[in-house]
Design a protein around this ligand. Structure first.
Ligand SMILES: [Zn+2]
Length: 354
């Protein structure tokens, strides 16, 4: 549960406030934003009552719809599917593209296949398919078990009138625990018996989809946030959907390959992009943030390499590199102070692992 909560906090902290949109339809989970004709972003609202955690984008391909990523919970995916039906005039989702294997991008996969019972093709990089099977499915099982245990613990605390440290519950603490219990129960029910639909179409470098007068390029530029991040590029509309290869801050680094990430972004940077739908945070105008994150990765990796070569410990490396990067990069990333630590630590581990 701890690991899972930390994961949630890290992700949520990288999301800034959503601005109200005048666009219909209304949703208490997402803001619907049309970024090009028949191309929509579903931007997660920070006040969302269910755990969605990531953004979604979808677009029409002739009489069908393609959607990118499927959220952390089936409840969030059901809401996305409801909105897709409304704004596209009931066109079926035919393609689901998973940008990478993380739970907040794939745990709603089976929701789309049941909401749209006709054939659904799930597309991902070959490494993402492998990681869903080898990492995400065991981690979901762990989350499911943790939630059951968490509910038991909270019920026990309420029954005994004592918190986890044995301290008597105040009225305020009791209310908080009751609320926490209800939220945990809702989440547990939503994830109970959940099985993840595994991608049935995989590729190595690129895969194109065609429908109506639209072309869609699903592209792999190399390792970054994970080993299988793909971006979705609409060349006619100049729209790029990035998953967590690019967010509005320093992205989550636990599974990252920082030494490759800058080069991977350099690939995406060459595309003729005017609007970006990132995995977390608001729609971005222009591609400036690709360049900013690329430069951060290049500078950070070079600085960490220097310290590793000088035989510095991980702790010292974090202090030295953070101070060195601060002047150029701190202002560019709202989460620099916290996230740069884990970025540097992750890089140090990657560079020193055998
Ligand atoms: Zn991710």
């Amino acid at each position: 549960m701890r690991k899972f909560l930390i994961f949630l906090i890290v992700l949520l902290c990288s999301v800034t406030l959503t601005q109200a949109q005048s666009k219909t339809p209304e949703s208490n989970i997402f803001t619907v934003q049309e970024v090009a004709p028949q191309v929509w972003a579903l931007i997660l609202k920070p006040t969302s009552p269910v755990q969605a955690i990531s953004n979604t984008a979808f677009f029409t391909l002739g009489d069908r719809v393609a959607i990118v990523d499927s959220h952390f919970t089936p409840a969030a995916a059901r809401e996305a599917a409801r909105l897709v039906k409304i704004v596209t005039g009931n066109k079926p989702i035919h393609y689901l593209i998973n940008t990478h294997w993380h739970p907040d991008h794939v745990q709603g996969n089976s929701t789309y296949s049941s909401f749209f019972p006709q054939a659904l093709d799930v597309i991902a990089h070959i490494n993402t398919r492998r990681d869903i099977q080898e990492k995400e499915i065991p981690s979901l099982k762990e989350t499911q078990d943790d939630l059951v245990k968490e509910i038991k613990d909270l019920q026990e605390q309420l029954k005994n009138g004592k918190d986890e440290k044995g301290v008597d519950l105040t009225t305020e603490k009791r209310q908080e625990t009751e609320k926490n219990l209800q939220q945990t129960k809702d989440l547990q029910l939503d994830l109970e018996n959940l099985e993840i639909t595994i991608p049935n179409i995989t590729f190595d470098k690129s895969l194109f989809l065609h429908g109506g007068d639209r072309e869609v390029q699903v592209l792999y530029f190399g390792r970054g946030h994970t080993e299988g991040d793909v971006v979705v590029f609409l060349p006619k509309e100049n729209v790029l959907i990035t998953g967590d290869l690019l967010t509005n801050a320093i992205p989550f680094m636990r599974d990252a390959y920082p030494q490759d990430w800058g080069q991977t972004l350099a690939g995406a940077e060459k595309l003729n992009v005017s609007r970006i739908i990132p995995g977390h945070g608001q729609v971005q105008e222009g591609k400036e943030r690709i360049t900013l994150l690329k430069e951060f990765m290049f500078d950070m990796v070079a600085a960490v390499k220097e310290q590793v070569a000088a035989g510095k410990s991980k702790e010292d490396t974090v202090k030295i590199v953070k101070a060195a990067l601060s002047e150029k990069h701190a202002k560019k990333f709202s989460n620099f102070d916290r996230a740069s630590n884990s970025a540097i630590e992750r890089t140090y581990s990657r560079l020193t692992e055998k």
